[in-house]
Design a protein around this ligand. Structure first.
Ligand code: CO
Length: 444
Protein backbone atom coordinates (compact mmCIF):
# COMPACT_ATOMS: atom_id res chain seq x y z
CA UNK A 1 0.00 0.00 0.00
CA UNK A 2 1.16 3.54 -0.81
CA UNK A 3 4.00 2.18 -3.00
CA UNK A 4 4.11 5.24 -5.27
CA UNK A 5 3.39 7.79 -2.60
CA UNK A 6 6.64 9.72 -3.16
CA UNK A 7 5.83 10.49 -6.80
CA UNK A 8 2.56 11.96 -5.61
CA UNK A 9 4.43 13.79 -2.85
CA UNK A 10 6.91 15.37 -5.28
CA UNK A 11 4.02 16.50 -7.52
CA UNK A 12 2.18 17.91 -4.51
CA UNK A 13 5.30 19.76 -3.33
CA UNK A 14 5.92 21.24 -6.77
CA UNK A 15 2.33 22.46 -6.98
CA UNK A 16 2.34 23.82 -3.42
CA UNK A 17 4.79 26.74 -3.17
CA UNK A 18 2.63 28.33 -0.43
CA UNK A 19 0.09 27.21 2.20
CA UNK A 20 -2.67 28.60 -0.03
CA UNK A 21 -1.61 26.32 -2.87
CA UNK A 22 -1.24 23.34 -0.54
CA UNK A 23 -4.80 23.79 0.71
CA UNK A 24 -6.10 24.31 -2.82
CA UNK A 25 -4.47 21.01 -3.83
CA UNK A 26 -5.87 19.24 -0.77
CA UNK A 27 -9.30 20.62 -1.67
CA UNK A 28 -8.97 19.13 -5.18
CA UNK A 29 -8.03 15.70 -3.79
CA UNK A 30 -10.93 15.77 -1.32
CA UNK A 31 -13.39 16.80 -4.03
CA UNK A 32 -12.14 14.02 -6.29
CA UNK A 33 -12.61 11.54 -3.42
CA UNK A 34 -16.26 12.47 -2.88
CA UNK A 35 -15.93 14.97 -0.02
CA UNK A 36 -18.37 17.88 0.11
CA UNK A 37 -17.06 21.31 0.99
CA UNK A 38 -18.92 23.14 3.76
CA UNK A 39 -18.60 26.86 4.25
CA UNK A 40 -18.14 28.05 7.82
CA UNK A 41 -20.58 30.88 7.08
CA UNK A 42 -23.41 28.63 5.84
CA UNK A 43 -25.71 26.23 7.65
CA UNK A 44 -24.28 22.71 7.83
CA UNK A 45 -26.32 19.61 7.14
CA UNK A 46 -24.50 16.38 7.87
CA UNK A 47 -25.73 12.91 7.07
CA UNK A 48 -24.55 9.58 8.39
CA UNK A 49 -21.87 8.13 6.16
CA UNK A 50 -21.17 11.60 4.73
CA UNK A 51 -17.73 13.02 3.87
CA UNK A 52 -17.01 16.68 4.38
CA UNK A 53 -14.37 19.35 4.72
CA UNK A 54 -14.19 23.04 5.50
CA UNK A 55 -11.49 25.58 4.72
CA UNK A 56 -10.56 28.63 6.76
CA UNK A 57 -8.60 31.54 5.26
CA UNK A 58 -7.81 29.42 2.18
CA UNK A 59 -4.78 28.17 4.12
CA UNK A 60 -6.15 25.74 6.74
CA UNK A 61 -8.49 22.81 6.17
CA UNK A 62 -10.33 20.27 8.32
CA UNK A 63 -11.83 17.16 6.69
CA UNK A 64 -13.97 14.54 8.43
CA UNK A 65 -16.30 11.60 7.88
CA UNK A 66 -19.51 10.92 9.78
CA UNK A 67 -19.92 7.26 10.75
CA UNK A 68 -23.13 5.34 9.99
CA UNK A 69 -23.80 4.78 13.70
CA UNK A 70 -23.66 7.31 16.56
CA UNK A 71 -20.18 8.74 16.85
CA UNK A 72 -18.33 8.09 20.09
CA UNK A 73 -14.83 9.51 19.48
CA UNK A 74 -12.64 11.48 17.10
CA UNK A 75 -9.44 10.09 15.61
CA UNK A 76 -7.47 13.14 14.54
CA UNK A 77 -4.29 13.78 12.59
CA UNK A 78 -2.91 17.32 12.48
CA UNK A 79 -0.08 18.84 10.47
CA UNK A 80 0.84 22.28 9.13
CA UNK A 81 0.58 23.80 5.69
CA UNK A 82 3.14 26.60 5.98
CA UNK A 83 6.93 26.65 5.68
CA UNK A 84 9.47 29.36 6.48
CA UNK A 85 9.89 31.82 3.65
CA UNK A 86 10.26 35.50 2.86
CA UNK A 87 7.11 37.55 2.50
CA UNK A 88 6.98 40.31 -0.08
CA UNK A 89 6.44 43.65 1.66
CA UNK A 90 4.01 46.30 0.47
CA UNK A 91 5.38 48.45 -2.38
CA UNK A 92 8.31 46.06 -2.75
CA UNK A 93 10.39 47.55 -5.56
CA UNK A 94 13.53 49.27 -4.31
CA UNK A 95 15.84 51.02 -6.76
CA UNK A 96 19.54 50.51 -6.05
CA UNK A 97 21.83 52.12 -8.64
CA UNK A 98 21.36 50.20 -11.89
CA UNK A 99 19.16 47.55 -10.25
CA UNK A 100 15.70 47.04 -8.90
CA UNK A 101 15.50 44.81 -5.82
CA UNK A 102 12.55 43.50 -3.84
CA UNK A 103 11.88 44.35 -0.22
CA UNK A 104 11.03 41.21 1.76
CA UNK A 105 10.72 40.18 5.40
CA UNK A 106 11.17 36.88 7.19
CA UNK A 107 8.23 34.54 7.64
CA UNK A 108 9.32 32.05 10.30
CA UNK A 109 12.81 30.93 11.25
CA UNK A 110 14.61 29.77 8.14
CA UNK A 111 18.18 28.91 7.25
CA UNK A 112 18.99 32.02 5.21
CA UNK A 113 22.18 31.04 3.34
CA UNK A 114 20.57 28.34 1.13
CA UNK A 115 18.21 30.94 -0.37
CA UNK A 116 21.19 32.48 -2.14
CA UNK A 117 22.40 31.70 -5.68
CA UNK A 118 19.40 29.75 -6.89
CA UNK A 119 16.41 30.73 -9.00
CA UNK A 120 13.51 32.06 -6.95
CA UNK A 121 9.96 32.98 -7.78
CA UNK A 122 6.85 34.36 -6.12
CA UNK A 123 3.48 32.80 -5.26
CA UNK A 124 0.59 33.44 -2.92
CA UNK A 125 -2.90 34.86 -2.98
CA UNK A 126 -4.47 38.05 -4.23
CA UNK A 127 -7.72 39.66 -3.16
CA UNK A 128 -9.22 41.09 -6.32
CA UNK A 129 -12.17 43.38 -6.93
CA UNK A 130 -14.53 41.63 -9.33
CA UNK A 131 -16.96 43.05 -11.94
CA UNK A 132 -19.83 43.02 -9.44
CA UNK A 133 -17.98 45.16 -6.96
CA UNK A 134 -17.25 42.18 -4.66
CA UNK A 135 -13.92 40.70 -3.66
CA UNK A 136 -12.58 37.31 -4.71
CA UNK A 137 -9.44 35.37 -3.89
CA UNK A 138 -7.06 34.39 -6.67
CA UNK A 139 -4.12 32.12 -6.13
CA UNK A 140 -1.08 33.16 -8.08
CA UNK A 141 2.19 31.52 -8.96
CA UNK A 142 4.52 33.48 -11.24
CA UNK A 143 5.96 30.05 -12.09
CA UNK A 144 9.15 31.16 -13.79
CA UNK A 145 12.66 31.94 -12.69
CA UNK A 146 12.12 35.54 -11.64
CA UNK A 147 14.54 36.47 -8.89
CA UNK A 148 17.91 35.67 -7.37
CA UNK A 149 19.77 36.51 -4.19
CA UNK A 150 23.41 36.69 -5.35
CA UNK A 151 26.12 35.99 -2.77
CA UNK A 152 28.97 38.40 -2.34
CA UNK A 153 32.02 36.92 -4.10
CA UNK A 154 34.68 35.36 -1.91
CA UNK A 155 37.17 37.94 -3.21
CA UNK A 156 35.14 40.70 -1.58
CA UNK A 157 34.67 38.91 1.72
CA UNK A 158 37.51 36.56 2.63
CA UNK A 159 35.70 35.74 5.90
CA UNK A 160 32.59 34.53 4.06
CA UNK A 161 33.24 30.91 5.03
CA UNK A 162 33.88 31.67 8.69
CA UNK A 163 30.29 32.27 9.70
CA UNK A 164 28.16 35.15 8.55
CA UNK A 165 25.40 37.04 10.31
CA UNK A 166 22.82 38.18 7.76
CA UNK A 167 21.20 41.56 8.01
CA UNK A 168 17.89 40.71 6.35
CA UNK A 169 17.03 44.31 5.48
CA UNK A 170 20.36 45.01 3.82
CA UNK A 171 21.44 41.64 2.43
CA UNK A 172 18.27 39.71 1.67
CA UNK A 173 16.79 41.79 -1.12
CA UNK A 174 16.49 39.62 -4.21
CA UNK A 175 17.54 41.04 -7.55
CA UNK A 176 14.43 41.70 -9.63
CA UNK A 177 15.72 43.49 -12.71
CA UNK A 178 17.61 46.29 -14.37
CA UNK A 179 16.45 49.84 -13.64
CA UNK A 180 15.56 50.16 -17.35
CA UNK A 181 13.41 46.98 -17.35
CA UNK A 182 9.85 47.41 -18.51
CA UNK A 183 8.41 44.82 -16.11
CA UNK A 184 6.88 46.02 -12.88
CA UNK A 185 6.46 43.59 -10.04
CA UNK A 186 2.72 43.81 -9.45
CA UNK A 187 2.10 43.81 -13.19
CA UNK A 188 3.96 40.52 -13.52
CA UNK A 189 1.98 39.13 -10.59
CA UNK A 190 -1.32 40.41 -12.00
CA UNK A 191 -0.56 38.93 -15.40
CA UNK A 192 0.29 35.54 -13.85
CA UNK A 193 -3.06 35.64 -12.04
CA UNK A 194 -4.96 36.77 -15.14
CA UNK A 195 -6.25 39.93 -13.49
CA UNK A 196 -5.74 43.67 -13.88
CA UNK A 197 -3.14 45.20 -11.57
CA UNK A 198 -5.61 47.93 -10.53
CA UNK A 199 -8.09 45.28 -9.36
CA UNK A 200 -5.68 43.87 -6.75
CA UNK A 201 -6.57 45.27 -3.34
CA UNK A 202 -4.68 42.84 -1.12
CA UNK A 203 -1.90 40.30 -1.40
CA UNK A 204 -0.04 37.68 0.60
CA UNK A 205 2.97 36.84 -1.58
CA UNK A 206 5.99 34.75 -0.68
CA UNK A 207 9.31 33.79 -2.22
CA UNK A 208 9.91 30.17 -3.08
CA UNK A 209 12.88 28.27 -4.47
CA UNK A 210 12.34 26.91 -7.96
CA UNK A 211 12.81 23.33 -9.07
CA UNK A 212 11.12 20.00 -8.62
CA UNK A 213 12.21 17.71 -5.81
CA UNK A 214 14.52 14.81 -6.63
CA UNK A 215 15.41 11.36 -5.36
CA UNK A 216 19.09 10.78 -4.54
CA UNK A 217 21.46 8.38 -2.78
CA UNK A 218 23.29 5.15 -3.71
CA UNK A 219 20.04 3.18 -3.65
CA UNK A 220 17.76 6.15 -4.37
CA UNK A 221 16.96 6.13 -0.67
CA UNK A 222 16.54 9.86 -0.05
CA UNK A 223 14.43 12.60 -1.51
CA UNK A 224 15.02 16.32 -1.43
CA UNK A 225 12.66 19.21 -2.00
CA UNK A 226 11.45 22.37 -0.37
CA UNK A 227 8.61 22.35 2.18
CA UNK A 228 9.11 18.74 3.38
CA UNK A 229 8.49 20.30 6.79
CA UNK A 230 5.61 19.89 6.95
CA UNK A 231 4.02 19.01 3.62
CA UNK A 232 5.52 15.51 3.75
CA UNK A 233 3.38 14.86 6.84
CA UNK A 234 0.42 16.71 5.31
CA UNK A 235 0.56 14.58 2.18
CA UNK A 236 1.01 11.32 4.10
CA UNK A 237 -1.89 12.21 6.41
CA UNK A 238 -4.10 13.13 3.47
CA UNK A 239 -3.37 9.84 1.71
CA UNK A 240 -3.96 7.85 4.91
CA UNK A 241 -7.18 9.74 5.55
CA UNK A 242 -8.57 9.20 2.03
CA UNK A 243 -7.57 5.51 2.02
CA UNK A 244 -9.15 4.95 5.45
CA UNK A 245 -12.52 5.90 3.95
CA UNK A 246 -12.12 3.56 1.02
CA UNK A 247 -13.68 0.19 1.79
CA UNK A 248 -11.45 -1.60 -0.76
CA UNK A 249 -8.25 -0.58 1.06
CA UNK A 250 -6.86 -3.16 3.42
CA UNK A 251 -5.88 -2.28 6.98
CA UNK A 252 -7.94 -2.79 10.09
CA UNK A 253 -11.74 -2.54 9.95
CA UNK A 254 -13.32 0.72 11.05
CA UNK A 255 -14.30 0.62 14.71
CA UNK A 256 -17.84 1.49 15.75
CA UNK A 257 -18.34 5.18 16.36
CA UNK A 258 -15.06 6.42 14.88
CA UNK A 259 -15.22 9.92 13.42
CA UNK A 260 -11.92 10.51 11.57
CA UNK A 261 -10.63 14.08 11.30
CA UNK A 262 -7.76 15.49 9.26
CA UNK A 263 -6.65 18.98 10.34
CA UNK A 264 -4.09 21.02 8.42
CA UNK A 265 -3.25 24.33 10.06
CA UNK A 266 -1.45 27.37 8.71
CA UNK A 267 1.02 29.56 10.59
CA UNK A 268 2.81 26.92 12.68
CA UNK A 269 6.10 28.54 11.69
CA UNK A 270 5.10 31.85 13.29
CA UNK A 271 3.60 30.47 16.51
CA UNK A 272 0.12 29.36 15.32
CA UNK A 273 -1.58 32.42 16.81
CA UNK A 274 -3.83 33.34 13.89
CA UNK A 275 -7.53 32.70 13.24
CA UNK A 276 -6.53 29.71 11.09
CA UNK A 277 -3.60 28.47 13.21
CA UNK A 278 -3.52 25.65 15.75
CA UNK A 279 -3.90 28.30 18.48
CA UNK A 280 -7.27 29.32 17.06
CA UNK A 281 -10.73 27.90 17.70
CA UNK A 282 -10.81 26.23 14.26
CA UNK A 283 -10.62 22.60 15.39
CA UNK A 284 -12.77 23.20 18.47
CA UNK A 285 -15.37 25.04 16.35
CA UNK A 286 -15.56 22.21 13.83
CA UNK A 287 -15.86 19.44 16.46
CA UNK A 288 -18.52 21.34 18.43
CA UNK A 289 -20.41 22.06 15.26
CA UNK A 290 -20.34 18.44 14.10
CA UNK A 291 -21.63 17.37 17.51
CA UNK A 292 -24.39 19.96 17.50
CA UNK A 293 -25.55 19.30 13.93
CA UNK A 294 -25.68 15.59 14.75
CA UNK A 295 -27.91 16.41 17.70
CA UNK A 296 -25.39 15.71 20.44
CA UNK A 297 -25.32 17.62 23.69
CA UNK A 298 -22.33 18.99 25.57
CA UNK A 299 -22.03 15.80 27.57
CA UNK A 300 -21.76 13.67 24.44
CA UNK A 301 -19.05 15.94 23.06
CA UNK A 302 -17.04 15.82 26.29
CA UNK A 303 -17.37 12.05 26.45
CA UNK A 304 -16.24 11.77 22.84
CA UNK A 305 -13.23 14.05 23.32
CA UNK A 306 -12.11 12.04 26.34
CA UNK A 307 -12.14 8.89 24.19
CA UNK A 308 -10.34 10.56 21.28
CA UNK A 309 -6.75 10.49 20.09
CA UNK A 310 -4.70 12.94 18.08
CA UNK A 311 -1.49 12.51 16.13
CA UNK A 312 0.32 15.81 15.73
CA UNK A 313 2.62 15.17 12.77
CA UNK A 314 5.46 17.59 12.15
CA UNK A 315 8.83 16.59 10.79
CA UNK A 316 11.67 15.55 13.09
CA UNK A 317 15.45 15.81 12.96
CA UNK A 318 17.38 12.83 11.66
CA UNK A 319 20.91 12.41 12.94
CA UNK A 320 23.18 14.54 10.74
CA UNK A 321 26.00 12.81 8.82
CA UNK A 322 28.45 15.63 9.63
CA UNK A 323 27.18 16.77 13.01
CA UNK A 324 26.33 13.61 14.94
CA UNK A 325 27.23 15.30 18.23
CA UNK A 326 24.18 17.53 17.87
CA UNK A 327 21.93 14.53 18.51
CA UNK A 328 21.00 13.00 21.83
CA UNK A 329 23.49 10.27 22.85
CA UNK A 330 20.85 7.55 22.47
CA UNK A 331 17.72 8.76 20.68
CA UNK A 332 19.08 9.42 17.20
CA UNK A 333 16.48 9.01 14.44
CA UNK A 334 17.65 7.83 11.04
CA UNK A 335 15.89 8.45 7.72
CA UNK A 336 13.96 5.45 6.36
CA UNK A 337 13.79 3.75 9.76
CA UNK A 338 10.31 4.79 10.69
CA UNK A 339 8.14 7.41 12.27
CA UNK A 340 9.76 9.47 15.00
CA UNK A 341 7.96 9.80 18.34
CA UNK A 342 9.08 13.09 19.91
CA UNK A 343 9.46 13.62 23.64
CA UNK A 344 10.17 16.70 25.71
CA UNK A 345 10.01 16.81 29.50
CA UNK A 346 8.74 20.39 29.44
CA UNK A 347 5.89 19.24 27.17
CA UNK A 348 6.85 21.27 24.12
CA UNK A 349 5.80 17.95 22.67
CA UNK A 350 2.56 16.46 23.94
CA UNK A 351 3.85 12.91 23.99
CA UNK A 352 3.54 11.24 27.38
CA UNK A 353 3.53 7.64 28.57
CA UNK A 354 -0.10 7.15 27.50
CA UNK A 355 0.04 8.71 24.05
CA UNK A 356 3.40 7.07 23.27
CA UNK A 357 2.04 3.67 24.27
CA UNK A 358 -1.12 4.14 22.20
CA UNK A 359 0.89 5.23 19.17
CA UNK A 360 3.25 2.25 19.48
CA UNK A 361 0.24 -0.06 19.60
CA UNK A 362 -1.09 1.51 16.42
CA UNK A 363 2.34 1.16 14.75
CA UNK A 364 2.35 -2.53 15.61
CA UNK A 365 -1.15 -2.89 14.23
CA UNK A 366 -0.04 -1.18 10.99
CA UNK A 367 3.29 -3.06 10.88
CA UNK A 368 5.17 0.24 10.73
CA UNK A 369 8.53 0.92 12.42
CA UNK A 370 8.97 3.78 14.86
CA UNK A 371 11.95 5.47 16.52
CA UNK A 372 12.29 7.96 19.32
CA UNK A 373 13.62 11.50 19.55
CA UNK A 374 14.67 13.64 22.45
CA UNK A 375 16.72 16.81 22.29
CA UNK A 376 20.16 16.88 23.81
CA UNK A 377 19.63 17.98 27.40
CA UNK A 378 21.71 21.10 26.72
CA UNK A 379 19.69 22.14 23.67
CA UNK A 380 16.23 23.74 23.63
CA UNK A 381 15.01 22.24 20.36
CA UNK A 382 11.92 23.23 18.41
CA UNK A 383 8.23 23.34 19.12
CA UNK A 384 5.15 22.36 17.15
CA UNK A 385 1.38 22.56 17.08
CA UNK A 386 0.38 19.62 19.29
CA UNK A 387 0.52 21.31 22.68
CA UNK A 388 -0.93 24.53 21.24
CA UNK A 389 -3.94 22.69 19.82
CA UNK A 390 -4.33 20.77 23.08
CA UNK A 391 -5.00 24.00 24.93
CA UNK A 392 -8.21 24.30 22.86
CA UNK A 393 -9.24 20.69 22.42
CA UNK A 394 -7.66 18.67 25.21
CA UNK A 395 -7.23 15.00 24.40
CA UNK A 396 -4.56 12.33 24.36
CA UNK A 397 -2.05 13.51 21.75
CA UNK A 398 1.25 12.21 20.49
CA UNK A 399 3.83 14.34 18.68
CA UNK A 400 5.48 12.51 15.84
CA UNK A 401 7.31 13.40 12.64
CA UNK A 402 9.26 11.98 9.75
CA UNK A 403 13.04 12.13 10.11
CA UNK A 404 14.65 14.74 7.89
CA UNK A 405 17.80 16.81 7.40
CA UNK A 406 18.26 20.52 6.65
CA UNK A 407 15.01 21.51 8.33
CA UNK A 408 13.88 25.03 7.33
CA UNK A 409 16.22 25.20 4.35
CA UNK A 410 14.42 25.89 1.06
CA UNK A 411 15.74 22.49 0.02
CA UNK A 412 15.42 19.76 2.66
CA UNK A 413 16.09 16.00 2.63
CA UNK A 414 14.14 13.00 3.93
CA UNK A 415 13.86 9.24 3.46
CA UNK A 416 11.83 7.65 0.66
CA UNK A 417 10.31 4.98 2.92
CA UNK A 418 8.97 7.16 5.69
CA UNK A 419 6.12 8.90 3.85
CA UNK A 420 4.32 5.59 3.35
CA UNK A 421 4.92 4.58 6.98
CA UNK A 422 3.01 7.61 8.22
CA UNK A 423 0.20 7.12 5.69
CA UNK A 424 -0.12 3.47 6.78
CA UNK A 425 -0.25 4.05 10.51
CA UNK A 426 -2.71 6.91 10.07
CA UNK A 427 -4.94 4.73 7.90
CA UNK A 428 -5.12 2.34 10.84
CA UNK A 429 -5.61 5.12 13.40
CA UNK A 430 -8.42 6.73 11.36
CA UNK A 431 -10.22 3.39 11.51
CA UNK A 432 -9.53 2.63 15.16
CA UNK A 433 -11.37 3.40 18.32
CA UNK A 434 -10.25 4.29 21.78
CA UNK A 435 -12.34 3.97 24.87
CA UNK A 436 -11.50 4.84 28.40
CA UNK A 437 -12.44 2.25 30.98
CA UNK A 438 -11.31 2.45 34.58
CA UNK A 439 -9.13 5.52 35.25
CA UNK A 440 -5.71 4.98 33.70
CA UNK A 441 -6.74 2.10 31.45
CA UNK A 442 -7.49 2.26 27.75
CA UNK A 443 -8.99 -0.03 25.14
CA UNK A 444 -8.19 0.36 21.47
CO1 CO B 1 7.20 21.88 11.03
Amino acid sequence: MFENINEGLLDFLEKSPTAFHAVSNIRAVLHASGYTELSESQKWELRRGGRYFTVRNESSVIAFRIPQEDYTHFMIAAAHSDSPSFKIKANPEVKAGPYVKLNVEKYGGMLIAPWFDRPLSVAGRLIVRDENGGLTTRLVNVDRDLLMLPSLAIHMDREANSGHAFNVQNEVMPLFGDETSAGHFMEIVAQAAGVKKEAILGDDLFLYARGRGTVFGADHEYLSAGHLDDLQCVYAALQGFIASGDSTEKGCRTAQGTLPVLAVFDNEEVGSGTKQGADSTFLEDVLRRINEVLGGGTEQLLRAVSSSFMVSADNAHAIHPNYPSKADPVNRPVMNRGIVIKYNANQKYTTDAVSAALFKMFCRRADVPFQEFTNRSDMAGGSTLGNISNAHVSLNTVDVGLPQLAMHSPYEAAGVKDTAYLARVLLVIFRSGLSGGAPGSYRL
